[in-house]
Design a protein around this ligand. Structure first.
Ligand SMILES: O=P(O)(O)OC[C@H]1O[C@](O)(CO)[C@@H](O)[C@@H]1O
Length: 395
């Protein structure tokens, strides 16, 4: 991360503290994900053995190197594999070990190797179930009532749909025991939406990059937001960044975009109009989907490569969705919550907006009163419970 003399770097989050949230993800959530994946398809004995080996490695062992013939081995070396392989999963930066877990999981199910399981997304059954759920029908039906509302109400509804859609990630739901906090504190802990709208004036034909997070019930409202912005002329061109391979259980890939788009175009009522807008925008090049390798790198955005930096520098605004992308945007560190968002995102190549529900410890940009009220009402649960959200913008 570049020097910011006025903001000293906070310690990087590791998973080594029993009782901490990162530790519970490594010790409990990852084994649960392996169990879920094992049941998602009738994998044969070889795949089951590989999943058993991953389970043993990630709970009691060390990070093992990728196979010598893995096509992305050099890339992982550049991303720090030599420094971290051979070490216990709990002792390396949490962002690194968590991201590497998904790479190893895909290795275990044969996602990359030539053969029948190549390219089969182990999370697809749960992603499709979510897309087919009754709740998705209800959310799409609500678009009919929106059509007659004033423009600013539609702007707000679609922005908030995309924001709160982030609450619906599938990995989060594996945590059945997580407390639901009820609190009198406002759901939005920071709201820079006025600034966001000022960057995308009507008929301004801005270029928007949206760095997507989850598929299914998050991606659908993300796509609706993009369709709305294109239709309003607030955005002339949009680039949707997705993951190059299945990641963090429900993260969106290009295949998920196509599933979501089909869901929209086949829906009754207004939803299909949004779907048609997106379809024609993809066809004529106003909307493109990108799967840059760095999208699944175990590194903060401060370390992004030059080509991606250039691309994002040319955007009027980049919208960064979700919790994991927030960790990568501000750095996965124990920042004091009042650390200015503008300073920790100074490295980003252009104007950036974070839309995120709070699902991990990292937080910046709070005012002292908001932080105090949250702590008073909930202790530290507001950081990870997914019941609060933020819209933060750096121009
Ligand atoms: O889907 P999101 O919003 O990125 O949230 C995923 C979050 O889930 C975790 O994988 C575990 O909580 C976090 O590491 C990550 O930040």
């Amino acid at each position: 991360m570049p020097d910011r003399s006025d903001t000293p770097l906070a310690p990087v989050l590791l998973g080594d503290e029993p009782g901490s949230f990162p530790h519970s993800v490594l010790a409990e959530r990852h084994p649960a994900i392996i169990r879920q994946v094992r049941e998602s398809f009738p994998y044969g004995p070889e795949r089951h053995r590989a999943l058993d080996a991953l389970l043993a490695s990630c709970t009691e062992g060390v990070l093992e190197p990728l196979p010598a013939d893995a096509l992305d081995r050099d890339r992982w070396t550049q991303w720090g594999a030599e420094a971290y392989t051979g070490r216990p999963w709990f002792d390396v930066p949490w962002l690194w070990s968590e991201s590497y877990f998904y790479r190893r999981l895909l290795e275990a199910v044969g996602y990359f190797a030539p053969g029948p399981w190549q390219g089969i997304d182990p999370f697809r059954p749960s992603k499709l179930a979510e897309l087919d759920a009754r709740e998705t029908d209800e959310e799409l039906a609500a678009l009919d009532a929106l059509a007659d509302r004033p423009a600013d109400e539609r702007d707000r509804a679609l922005l908030h749909g995309s924001l709160w859609g982030n609450r619906a990630d599938l990995g989060f739901r594996l945590d059945a025991g997580r407390d639901e906090t009820s609190s009198d504190t406002p759901p939005l802990v920071a709201d820079d939406s006025e600034t966001l709208w000022s960057l995308l004036p009507p008929a301004g034909s801005a270029t928007l990059c949206l760095i997507a997070d989850n598929a299914g019930r998050e991606l659908v409202p993300d796509l609706l937001l993009i369709a709305h912005l294109l239709a309003q002329g607030r955005v002339g061109r949009a680039v949707l960044h997705v993951k190059p391979y299945p990641y963090y259980v429900s993260d969106a890939t290009h295949a998920d975009v196509l599933d979501a788009l089909r869901r929209l175009t086949a829906a009754p009522g207004a939803a299909a109009t949004y779907g048609d807008t997106l379809w024609s925008a993809m066809t004529d090049g106003r909307l493109t989907v990108r799967a840059h390798p760095f999208s699944s790198a175990p590194l903060p955005f401060a370390d992004m490569p030059g080509d991606l930096r250039e691309e994002l520098a040319a955007a009027t605004l980049t919208v960064v969705k979700g919790d994991l992308n927030y960790r990568r945007l501000v750095g996965d560190r124990r920042w004091p919550p009042t650390t200015p968002f503008t300073e920790v995102t100074a490295h980003f190549p252009g104007p950036v907006a974070a839309l995120r529900t709070l699902k991990s410890d990292v937080i910046t940009g709070l005012d002292a009163r908001t932080e105090a009220a949250l702590v008073e009402a909930e202790g530290q649960k507001w950081r990870t419970g997914g019941t609060h959200a933020l819209i933060q913008v750096r121009t």
